[in-house]
Design a protein around this ligand. Structure first.
Ligand code: IMP
Ligand code: MG
Length: 177
């Protein structure tokens, strides 16, 4: 019989909202008056980015890039490419990368190295979720929402095979017979 999928809430919309509030305070403290460039990694970061920036009450700019790392499964291929590139100039800017989740760390490490070559004034990483048990390279997350166990998560922008991005909570995907 084909496996069925269920979702179980791991981080509720209320917990997420409180954590995004906390991250907004931290980011505001460090970036007010600097007109930073917030760079979201698509597609997963779009919900987090939208919620975070609406809590930031100072001038800033936003751009997105699209990187490919995953195929259709739940494991990174480690083979990362910039699919949709950056339009904003990075040189001399205070750049804050916005990521939904750090898993192996390969995607963010690749992208931070790519940006560093463009000589930003500063470069930091904000990730809503981190799965430290899965890191394959060291990753320094400057602003972190949640640390979670090694489970595959969906919702609040996170997908499985392009599904579930619209769930308002962050859920564990459970395969059952
Ligand atoms: P990494 O390169 O393995 O760190 O993977 C980072 C990217 O993989 C994230 O930006 C997500 O798009 C995706 N990803 C990693 N873990 C999950 C997960 O649990 N659910 C959904 N997407 C994930
Ligand atoms: Mg992503």
């Amino acid at each position: 019989m084909a496996a069925e999928q269920r979702t179980e809430v791991l981080l509720s919309r209320e917990e997420i909202a409180a954590t995004v509030d906390r991250l907004a305070v931290e980011v505001s403290r460090d970036y007010t008056g600097k007109n930073p460039l917030l760079l979201g990694i698509l597609k997963g970061s779009f919900v987090f980015m939208a919620d975070l920036v609406r809590r930031l009450d100072f001038p800033l700019e936003i751009d997105f890039v699209r990187l490919s790392s995953y195929g259709q499964g739940t494991e990174t291929t480690g083979n990362i490419r910039v699919v949709q590139g950056l339009r904003s100039p990075v040189r001399g800017r205070d750049v804050l990368v916005i990521e939904d989740i750090v898993d192996t760390g390969l995607t963010t490490t690749y992208f931070l190295d790519y940006l560093r070559k463009k000589k930003p004034a500063s470069l930091r990483l904000c990730s809503l979720v981190d799965k430290p048990a899965r890191h394959r390279v060291p990753v320094a997350i400057d602003y972190l929402g949640f640390t979670v166990p090694d489970r595959f998560l969906v919702g609040y922008g996170l997908d499985w095979d392009e599904k579930y991005r619209n769930l308002p909570d962050i859920c564990v995907l459970v395969e059952s017979e």
